[in-house]
Design a binder for this molecule. Structure first.
Ligand code: OGA
Ligand code: MN
Length: 210
């Protein structure tokens, strides 16, 4: 199923409004997901991925004990599969701005490849007032992923109680969206290579933060 209808957007908006996050299985058709998985692996095989860091500017650190993924930032020319994804996200952005007045304006994204046994320790994608990231959106690209393969996204539902979490399996076609300043999260190690496309919607610099 390819999501495009206003009904699905409304469901996502409702989930975001009530829970601050939404998990959407089958966001895109499996052909599109397969094409994107192949593209991510092609970037890796042609040496176009680099070890991801944490922090930024002079505080940027590369430490696989914190974060073991390799990433490729995307810009410019989009493959047709990626264009389908961008089109779907653009419709979603407009729908969320209409129903939740989030003032989403920019979008940035990268492919991520987590080698076997690598992880990303618990973190926030955006600290309040430091930047403009508002919504984190992760699309998983892993066909035939089993619970026993591991690699869940562990989403901490309560910043005061790290025993309260939800694990989302990185199954092909699942999109997870959450408020970037609110949810601590981590990526658990997996027994297989784990692929995703991770992006952030952000506000304009001058947009008032709530
Ligand atoms: C990230 C991240 C989660 C995931 O890239 O910041 O938290 O499930 N990714 O890939
Ligand atoms: Mn993150």
């Amino acid at each position: 199923m390819t999501i495009s209808g206003t009904n699905s957007h409304q469901l996502i908006a409702d989930e975001l409004e009530f829970n601050g996050y939404a998990v959407v299985p089958d966001f895109l058709s499996s052909e599109i997901i397969t094409g994107m998985a192949e593209e991510a692996l092609a970037f890796q095989m042609t040496g176009q991925m680099h070890h991801a860091g944490t922090g930024r500017g002079s505080g940027l650190l590369h430490n696989v004990a914190l974060r073991g993924d390799e990433i490729h930032w995307l810009d410019g020319h989009a493959s047709s599969e990626r264009q389908d994804y961008s089109d779907s996200l653009e419709l979603l952005r407009l729908a969320l701005n209409r129903s939740l007045s989030l003032g989403l304006f920019d979008y940035e994204h990268h492919y991520a490849v987590y080698p076997v046994d690598s992880h990303y320790s618990r973190h926030l994608d955006q600290f309040q007032r430091e930047g403009r990231r508002t919504l984190s959106c992760i699309l998983y690209l892993n066909q035939d992923w089993l619970i026993s393969d591991g690699g869940a996204l562990r989403l901490y539902l309560d910043a005061e109680d790290f025993l309260n979490f939800r694990d989302v399996m990185p199954v092909a076609g699942t999109l997870v969206i959450f408020m970037s300043t609110r949810f601590w999260h981590e990526v658990l190690p997996a027994t297989r290579t784990r692929l995703s496309l991770t992006g952030w919607f952000s506000t304009r610099a001058e947009y008032p933060r709530i």
